[in-house]
Write a protein that binds this ligand. Structure first.
Ligand code: AMP
Ligand code: ZN
Length: 113
């Protein structure tokens, strides 16, 4: 999608520090890290947010969640981590392309649940 920063990163037209890529997804370091390790997992297909996950596109979400443990191990997150998705206005989503934050590398605080 035009004017979507994560579509640009997926296409390679916008630079990023990638830690994983295959034909369906890409993972890269967040520009503004909130933890020692802060990586974003993004489907290459433009899905605007978690609210638009459907039976037709949910395979890529499962694929992201299968890939996270492998990347987390490569990044040394042996003591756990947090996966976060912000959805829509009330969820404070700022980039309108579905992504999952992987945060770790320290004892995290402030869980909301
Ligand atoms: P969210 O608030 O859940 O939409 O998160 C968007 C995240 O994308 C924020 O943590 C930003 O720091 C990050 N971000 C925005 N632009 C870029 C970029 N070009 N490369 C890497 N991370 C980015
Ligand atoms: Zn996009």
């Amino acid at each position: 999608m035009d004017n979507c920063v994560f579509c640009g990163i997926a296409a390679g037209t916008i630079p990023s520090k990638k830690v994983y890529e295959d034909d369906k997804i890409v993972a890269f370091h967040d520009l503004n890290p909130q933890a020692p390790v802060h990586v974003l997992f993004v489907p290459k297909q433009h899905i605007c947010c978690a609210d638009k996950i459907t039976e037709d596109n949910c395979d890529v979400v499962a694929h992201i969640f299968c890939t996270i443990p492998k990347v987390a191990a490569e990044l040394g997150l042996t003591d756990g981590y947090r996966i976060v998705n912000n959805c829509g206005e009330h969820g404070c989503q700022t980039v309108k392309h579905l992504h999952f934050h992987l945060l770790g590398g320290t004892q995290l605080r402030g869980s909301m649940v």
